[in-house]
Design a protein around this ligand. Structure first.
Ligand code: GDR
Length: 347
């Protein structure tokens, strides 16, 4: 019989790649979707065949009845909890909502899962943000020093529910402590996609410049398509555990801008410092500016993962390099910007 998986947050970037991966493996996939006015399947628009294979269940992480119903309908062997308020910057503006979804929501889901399907396996999307200000490289033994409401809530869920249910309830709960993972399906507010889409629009003549916050922040950026395989491998192990998933290479936001511009054939020249830093293209147009509006009240400066444990135990390694990732995202956004330009010209 086919295995059954319930994925919360299926309409996000990782939900797209994970459902594709599991459907290809022959799983019956059920996806929890929050009802709102946005198109719930816009990430699947170029892959309608995949969307049609997913059993959609409406519900959300605040509503325990809907979680109960999703579990009863899906009867899952594996549960992947990807639903979250995932924007770190926004979490400073709504800390209570963040705690409700990213912490209490996990508690609601895992307690129902353990009660109804004690033999199911639970994957939690934990995050490198939990390391916060801990010096790099970070691995499973590193201290957690979260600095945002987002990271606080994720860390509490990790400790109380994932480690807690594993130890105290003998329930199979594991987590992937994933470092940043990106793709052409990344939301447009996250810095990588904001850069690739904005610069592609600048190149197509649709906007003049992109405004960014802290250009010095360093992140370990991998490809989301590689990372969902690690999620699955984590649940295939005999014993539940936590694993850091990362590339082991970090770059600054400024590096990300430079490589994106290079793929677009733009040569940038940087000048100024701090809030006055900017980059001009070969023709002297300012194409990147700093706007303090995008600074965070509290910043995580330097994340660099050490995923030796995942390599040793899961046999997992990233397949896509940083340069390949940037190129994939820029090429996709170049096409998208051309499409938008065509729409604007035909209006
Ligand atoms: P992050 O991702 O906070 O690492 O969390 P994000 O892309 O938002 O920020 C990365 C770094 O870039 C700096 N930055 C900007 N960020 C945004 N969004 N917009 C800007 O204009 C900008 N300018 C500079 C940020 O300050 C930060 O240092 C992501 C999320 O997906 C989390 O949900 C996930 O847990 C972690 O990755 C791993």
């Amino acid at each position: 019989m086919n295995k059954r998986a319930l994925i919360t947050g299926i309409s996000g970037q990782d939900g797209y790649y994970l459902s594709k991966f599991l459907v290809e493996k022959g799983y019956e996939v059920f996806g929890l979707i929050r009802r709102n006015s946005n198109n719930p399947f816009y990430r699947f628009e170029d892959n309608i065949d995949l969307w049609e294979k997913i059993n959609v269940i409406y519900g959300n992480m605040r509503d325990v009845e809907s979680l109960n119903r999703a579990l009863v309908i899906s009867k899952p062997d594996e549960i992947y909890n990807l639903a979250a308020l995932s924007d770190v910057g926004v979490s400073f503006e709504c800390p209570t909502e963040t705690m409700e979804i990213n912490y209490h929501g996990v508690g609601k889901l895992i307690s129902e899962a353990q009660r109804l399907f004690p033999k199911s396996r639970f994957y939690q999307a934990s995050t490198s943000e939990m390391f916060g200000r801990t010096n790099p490289p970070q691995n499973e033994e590193s201290f957690f020093l979260p600095v945002s409401p987002y990271a606080e809530a994720k860390l509490r869920a990790h400790t109380d529910y994932i480690v807690g249910y594993r130890k105290n309830h003998n329930y199979y709960s594991s987590s992937g402590i994933l470092f940043n993972h990106e793709s052409p399906k990344r939301g447009e507010k996250f810095v990588t996609r904001k850069i690739t889409l904005s610069l592609a629009k600048v190149k197509a003549g649709l906007q003049n410049y992109v405004q960014l916050g802290n250009l010095d922040a360093k992140r370990d950026w991998g490809f989301a398509g590689d990372y969902v395989e690690a999620m699955w491998l984590i649940l295939q192990q005999e014993n539940p555990d936590d694993y850091v998933i990362s590339t082991g290479v970090s770059h600054s936001v400024r590096d990300f801008v430079n490589i994106s511009a290079k793929v677009l054939g733009m040569k940038l020249t940087w000048s100024g410092q701090g809030e006055n830093e900017q980059a001009t293209d070969g023709e002297g147009n300012v194409v990147v500016k700093v706007n303090p509006k995008f600074y965070r009240p509290n910043e995580v400066h330097d994340l660099l993962g050490d995923s030796a444990k995942a390599k040793k135990i899961l046999g997992w390694e990233p397949k896509t390099s940083f340069e390949e990732l940037v190129e994939m995202m820029v090429e996709s956004d170049k096409k998208y910007a051309e499409y938008l330009k065509g729409l604007a010209e035909n209006r």
